[in-house]
Design a protein around this ligand. Sequence first.
Ligand code: ATP
Ligand code: MG
Length: 463
Amino acid sequence: MDMSDSALSEEKPVSVCEDESDPTEIPTRGISTTKIDKDALKVVHRLARFGYAAYLVGGCVRDLLLKLEPKDFDVATSAKPPEIRKIFRNCRLIGRRFRLAHIHFRSKIIETATFRAEAEQSDGELLIRSDNVFGNEQQDAMRRDFTINALFFDPKNRTIIDHVGGLEDLVERTIRFIGDPGIRVREDPVRILRAIKFAARLNFTIEPATYQAMVRYRKDLSKSAPPRLLEEINRMLRSGSAVASFRLMWEAGILEIILPEAACYLSRSPDRDEEREPGSGLWAYLKQIDRSEREFLSNAVLLAAVLLHPVADASCNGTQAYGVASDSNATGEVARKLLEKIIGRLNLPKWEAERIQQLVATQRRLFTLRRNAPLPKGLMRRNYFPEALDLFEIGVRATGKGRATLARLRKAYRPQNPADASNGVAARRGAPASAKKSGRKKKRKRRPAQSRPYQRPAESKEK
Ligand code: ATP
Ligand code: MG
């Protein structure tokens, strides 16, 4: 498909009616409105009733066309934020520069954004630092990252509106930047990680020019804000395609930039005479993460499952390759120093950094616990023990070692603070229901949203 500037500047949107016969079969037919969140539909219909253009947009349209369940439903509209607020009583405007409307429903928020134009660039620099210019519908499609993420769905007429060739790329299962890949990637290098995430999760191919730009400008990732990088790493680890995501990042030399210690661990594999595939420790852990009930695992557990491997390698096989100077060869000291370096770069909040240190430090102890040894009572009283057990479970499944210890710990463990009971698979299993209830009354220090314990959905089943 021709994605040259001239093709992009054509103002004619492709409007594909659901009922039209379509020689490519998928995906232009078959968005069933029953699959769309009722409240998102209400928002779109109400905006339309007041005379504004309003569509579902982005990931939800892509996923509906692919017959996947969308994670959330976003709305794009021609209404300006104060106009949206006037129409919806349940609306709050958020954001200082670019105001977004959050329309609140009982259990969810429908994010409703006014059409935006291409972001402003600061003097001669491509990197976008603010993204706050209103625009029209077509401009809103063009400022998005990939063609498959820029489709609008108009539920009233049941049409897909495609300004960027996204439908064709969905059929071809292709990830393609909108516009000039070299520019789009430098404007916002986090798009590199997003391309990897979508390619891995959807099993799509990255189009060659997009891929070349990602590889060529991968070092620009270090200019991006660490919390955004961390968020994308977390999303990859939670996507069910952690193995595929990390493989793609490793092959493209991207892991070297964002997690150089993990890349170092993988490249040192042949030296360690590993019997299985090089780097098998990390790959095996990632595979188990993909198979686990990830919604119950904390971000700290997921990140610790990755960092554990370079830390263990540095501790056992030498610190030099990892660039940590250590006066002592004590394993704990090496681990602490290396983790400090990684955690500092990722700019993790202090409490989460500490948690990762604790989780990594306990693994050796759990793996070396003898079958008949007394239970580590002190450790079991720690507030991080449920997460340590979650990480240990991933390790047991990945290595096939420590099964008996895991079973014994699970049986013996009862959380001291029942509020921990929802914080991971281990605690979820251990906590008696009554304890969970009473524990909620206890006041706990508020944690940042991304790391607050994941609530167990009522319908979820025990494994
Ligand atoms: P997911 O299923 O992971 O939520 P998504 O496509 O919905 O995928 P979001 O991060 O929720 O991704 O973003 C919503 C939409 O906003 C995207 O579909 C895309 O159109 C746009 N978008 C998000 N991040 C960027 C970015 N860095 N650059 C340009 N557009 C972006
Ligand atoms: Mg989304």
